[in-house]
Design a binder for this molecule. Structure first.
Ligand SMILES: [Zn+2]
Length: 305
């Protein structure tokens, strides 16, 4: 059996490969509670442990693998604290196997086709908020939607430079040739709250640096809804920011061209998870009369409740 080199511990993929080769040592690492053969548990424990023990990870990159045998009792206690996390991963394992049995295997031909390539009709831009998963609330199935999620479902302008959101847009529009882009805002959005709470003075946090993308929506909200409570202003801005994101989409020349030719449609959505309602509208680009940063006409507006 090959001995992993010390440096492999700082490289996740090699790390797991090497863990597999050194499974026999896991009883030394994790004590007698771990039965031999519990490979999956071993990986999970190691994953969790290395996530929660950065100092050991750093040390492991410098010392030979034998250091794992030197774990003291306090570190073993910290492993015990990860039991709940392991239980959760056990739950995830069952969910995955259920998906494989009930969806993948029962629709094998569909998934085999998907394995050859994807041709989604939709690109979705949604908030990273754990309560607003588009696949969950709108039932998108694998292969149906190319999804990017970010704080407050914002779309930066073309001029603002590269970001993961416009990289995803470029791929979805130019390579996948999606026919629809749907930006979904939602109720009680923490990102919009951060945007609305933002002070004019500089703040170097990553969150502030990102949500400032929606600053125009914030300014319009502050101006149009100044008589409302802060919570109501946030709700107003949650929708206003979607309008601004849709406008920002048109700052990308390759998006505007397709919209003008009727090859691509841009939609807004708003999911209220308090009342469980969904509003949907489509940008009306007829005549190309959209002025930059102006409010555009909408069509096909629906309210699902
Ligand atoms: Zn949000």
């Amino acid at each position: 059996m090959a001995t992993p080199s010390p440096t492999t511990f700082s490289q996740p993929f090699n790390f797991f490969k090497d863990v597999r080769r050194t499974t026999l040592k896991t009883s030394t690492i994790f004590g007698p509670k771990l039965k031999s053969g519990e490979i999956e548990h071993t990986h999970l424990r190691l994953l969790t442990f290395f996530k929660t023990g950065p100092r050991l990870e750093l040390k492991a990159s410098k010392e030979p693998p034998g250091l794992t045998q030197q774990l003291d009792n306090s570190r073993l206690e910290s492993l015990a604290e990860t039991e709940n996390v392991c239980d959760f991963f056990e739950d995830l394992k069952h969910r995955f196997l259920r998906f494989k049995k009930r969806k993948f295997k029962e629709n094998l031909e569909h998934f085999q086709n998907l394995a050859q390539g994807q041709a989604p009709k939709f690109m979705i831009i949604a908030c990273a908020d754990s309560r607003v998963c588009p696949s969950n609330i709108l039932g998108f199935q694998p292969g149906e939607a190319f999804v990017v999620r970010n704080i407050a479902n914002l779309v930066p302008t073309f001029e603002s430079g590269p970001s993961e959101t416009n990289a995803a847009l470029e791929f979805a529009v130019n390579a996948l040739k999606v026919e629809n882009i749907l930006v979904i805002g939602h109720s009680r959005c923490g990102g919009i709250r951060a945007l609305m709470s933002m002070q004019d003075e500089e703040d170097s946090s990553f969150i502030r640096s990102w949500v400032v993308v929606g600053n125009n929506a914030r300014l319009i909200t502050k101006s149009a809804a100044s008589n409302l409570s802060f919570d109501q202003q946030c709700r107003h801005c949650e929708k206003e920011s979607v309008y601004h994101s849709l406008s920002n989409l048109l700052t990308y020349p390759w998006i505007e061209e397709k919209v003008a030719r009727g090859e691509l449609f841009v939609h807004g959505g708003y999911y209220d998870f308090v009342e469980c309602t969904f509003e949907k509208w489509t940008m009306d680009y007829e005549g190309g009369n959209l002025q930059k940063n102006s409010r555009f006409a909408v069509k096909n507006q629906f309210y699902w409740c």
